[in-house]
Ligand binder design. Structure first.
Ligand code: HAM
Length: 444
């Protein structure tokens, strides 16, 4: 039963507990294994950075930066700002810091800071960890959530790179047998010199004409970011949006060719996709390829992965002109979608053994047995004090142990170990080597 205390996890945050964490670990191990085969190495950036980094990279007008960041100022006992500086530099007293709402900005900052442009290009990095956004909590949407992401920085903008990054996520989802996976792709053109500006202008003027039929959010976005109107889920806006100008009619020849080549490359790799001209994404750094992946069982928060190309972001942050593309998977949503299916599968994890020992001689035999079995990879429960047999078996089944090893002074004297299979109650006497064989077979 849930306990009541003065202290509870903050709204939008949660404790991840066993046994659920086993699935989190399996997901993360699978990500590492798959990403390694595509030549990615792990980066672990800090969890907070200067607010300015996110404002610049993600965009000051985006929801993420304008409404959702956890921002605080460095304490006044930090080193003082240098005399004459207008705004305090990051990390000094009074400077503004934010918990990361995403990690692409940090990875680009690190690429510049560590001179990674000098390494063989492209540099391929992946990361796992918590992100923070002050969103309205609901199923699949949290204020502390976890992402598994990857970025390819430097080198060329060959469409094969876009396709390979997408192939990698799809391979990962395939490995996990994620149900109902659907990949949507789009090209939003490029910002300069620029096919997107022309499109945004056409979109804005079309939106002005239907302004009074739109909701308050969309009306505001006509000015701030008209592309985001295409994201609207409001039912009454859908027919209006369907009639708006489409980016595909405004792409320049280079962007059109790039998009067509990405599609060809996906087909060559056998990655099924569907075009979605309304897929614009909520962060400012994207250009050309954008993509999103949805999965089953998630209700309205069904995007498990979002990504795209962001050539120019590294330069915007003060680095050399650099190509970039990447994605982030929402791990919480991925787990939600997997959980329903997992419940119907056999329990994963190591074969578990409960050692029911009784008597002094049995205790030392039990300790030795526990050590040997743990070294062989079995999960072993060794009660710290002697228990009556009935009590021990009751506890073993409460803990979902697969076997109970019954060890009394008689068993020790005979050199025979009694093994009980808890699922069906069957029982047999085995010598120590026979026991090892028996448990080894149980592991399969
Ligand atoms: P994003 O679309 O903002 O992109 O987030 C990626 C994924 O994180 C979403 O598709 C969703 O699964 C998950 N997510 C986002 N917010 C929440 C939340 N409040 N609760 C639970 N899950 C959430 C990015 O963050 C980009 N940095 C992706 C990227 C990397 N693009 C290029 N490289």
């Amino acid at each position: 039963m849930a306990g009541k205390s003065k202290f509870q996890a903050i709204r939008g945050t949660r404790d991840l507990l066993p046994p659920a964490t086993a699935l989190w670990n399996r997901v993360e191990e699978t990500a590492r294994a798959v990403f390694l085969t595509f030549g990615f190495g792990e980066i672990r950036p800090p969890i907070f950075e200067s607010t300015e980094l996110f404002a610049r990279a993600v965009g000051g007008e985006t929801d993420i930066v304008s409404k959702e960041m956890y921002t605080f100022s460095e304490q006044m006992d930090a080193p003082p700002a240098s005399p004459g500086a207008d705004t305090p530099a990051a990390g000094v007293a009074g400077s503004s810091l934010s918990l990361r709402p995403e990690a692409t900005a940090s990875v680009c900052r690190a690429y510049i800071e560590h001179g990674m442009a000098q390494l063989p290009q492209p540099v391929k990095l992946y990361y796992l960890g918590p992100m923070f956004r002050r969103e309205r909590p609901q199923k699949g949407r949290y204020r502390q959530f976890y992402q598994i992401g990857a970025e390819v920085l430097g080198g060329s903008d060959a469409p094969a790179i876009d396709a390979e990054v997408i192939e990698m996520v799809m391979e990962f989802f395939g490995r996990l047998e994620l149900p109902g996976v659907q990949l949507d792709i789009n090209s939003i053109g490029h910002a300069a010199p620029n096919c997107r500006r022309g499109y945004v202008a056409a979109l804005r003027s079309a939106l002005e004409k239907v302004k009074d039929q739109l909701g308050a959010d969309s009306q505001r976005r006509i000015e701030t970011n008209p592309l985001r109107v295409l994201d609207s889920k409001l039912a009454h806006e859908q027919p209006i949006i369907q009639a708006l100008p489409r980016i595909s009619d405004h792409l320049c020849d280079d962007c059109k060719a790039h998009y067509a080549a990405v599609e060809r490359e996906l087909e060559l790799r056998g990655v099924p996709y569907q075009e979605n001209w309304r897929l614009v994404r909520g962060l400012d750094y994207y250009m050309r390829t954008t993509f999103e992946i949805t999965a089953a069982g998630l209700g309205s928060q069904n995007a498990v992965c979002g990504g795209g190309r962001y050539d120019g972001l590294v330069e915007l942050l003060g680095g050399p002109p650099t190509k970039g593309i990447g994605f982030a998977i929402g791990e919480d949503r991925l787990i939600l979608s997997l959980e329903a299916r997992e419940r119907s599968l056999a329990p994963a994890g190591p074969v578990s053994v409960y050692i029911a020992w009784m008597g002094e001689r049995a205790q030392s035999a039990a300790q030795r047995a526990a050590k040997t079995l743990r070294a062989a990879g079995f999960s072993v429960e060794l009660p710290p004090a002697e228990q009556k047999l009935g009590k021990a078996l009751e506890r073993a089944s409460k803990l979902n142990s697969r076997y109970a090893l019954i060890l009394g002074d008689n068993e020790v004297a005979d050199g025979l170990w009694t093994v009980k299979t808890l699922a069906d109650g069957s029982q047999q006497k085995l010598t120590e080597p026979e026991l090892r064989d028996f448990l080894g077979r149980a592991r399969g």
